[in-house]
Each structure stands twice: as structure tokens, then as C-alpha cells.
Design a protein around this ligand. Sequence first.
Ligand code: CU
Length: 177
Amino acid sequence: MILIDPRYVLLLLLVMGGSYTLLWAWVMRSSRERVGYEEITEGLELLRRRLFSVIVLAALVVFLGTQAILPYQPVRDVTVGQPAIVINATTSQFAFTLSNTTIPAHVPVEFAVTSLDVNHGFGIFDPDGRIIAQTQSMPGYTNRLIVNFTRTGQYRIHCLEYCGVDHWGMEAFFDVV
Ligand SMILES: [Cu+2]
């Protein structure tokens, strides 16, 4: 798994934002001069068409070149097995209700997830805070999420679908023993 330090992301955003601001400052400064329309567009049409071709070609190469390394198939090939226990998980604004909050490790566990009101997310985070499984929680429908916990500890469930004003605080905990 690739984890990027959030400080590098912030630095990247600052560099991008700074470059963009400088570019617009330059555009604002240079827009004071009056130049004829033809003078500006002359030669630009050809450049624009060539650039467009290069971008389309590059996108096509990246799209086709990365088909063989897409991570979906290895995930689809994994078989978790018949669940040993079923945990009923019900969501409502803004809480999770679990039929059991102490869950055994090393056996397939099924979460039967449904909602009493609107759509919610059901994301399971391991003791290090990394998401390991998720599904949607929908009214009138039960989604079955089967997980085999290989580590003991306290896990957290967090809503991953914006469901209202207190969405940010919608979480629950369970222990894998
Ligand atoms: Cu939510």
C-alpha cells in the first residue's frame, strides 16, 4: 500500500496554487495593453490542435498501458468463505447500531447492513486507521459484507456517504478478539 505524507500533498497544493496565482498576476498585468484579436490567435489554432492530439494520444497510451496492472481482478479472486457469524448493522442519522460489538478474529464475519432512513456509508477502519472494507447502507435493502479480521484490536466504523449535518461525527467501534 502506498501512503503519502499529507505534508507533501499540502506542499504540492501550495506550489500548484502559487504557480496559478503568479500566472494570473502575469495575465492581469499584461492585459492592460490593447492587442488586436487576430494578432493573438495567429498561430494559436495550429498549436491548439497539435496539443489536443498530443493529449488524446497520451491519454490513450496511459489508458491502454495500465489495463494489465489494474488492481480489481486480484480483489475479485479472493474468497473469504461462508460466514461463521452474522452481525446486523443498522444505520440511522447519525449512528450505527450493531447486534454485536465483540467479534472473533480469523473467521469470516458477515455484516448485514441496512438503513432506517437515508443512504449511509459503512466503512471499517483497522486499529491503525486504515480502511479495510466498505459498503453502502441503503434503506429497504441489506448489503452483505464479509470480512475476515486477521488482527485483534479496536476497529472503527465511519460513515462514508454525506448524510446530513452530523455526518462527520457518525462513527462506532467494535473489538476484534
Ligand atoms: Cu454520513
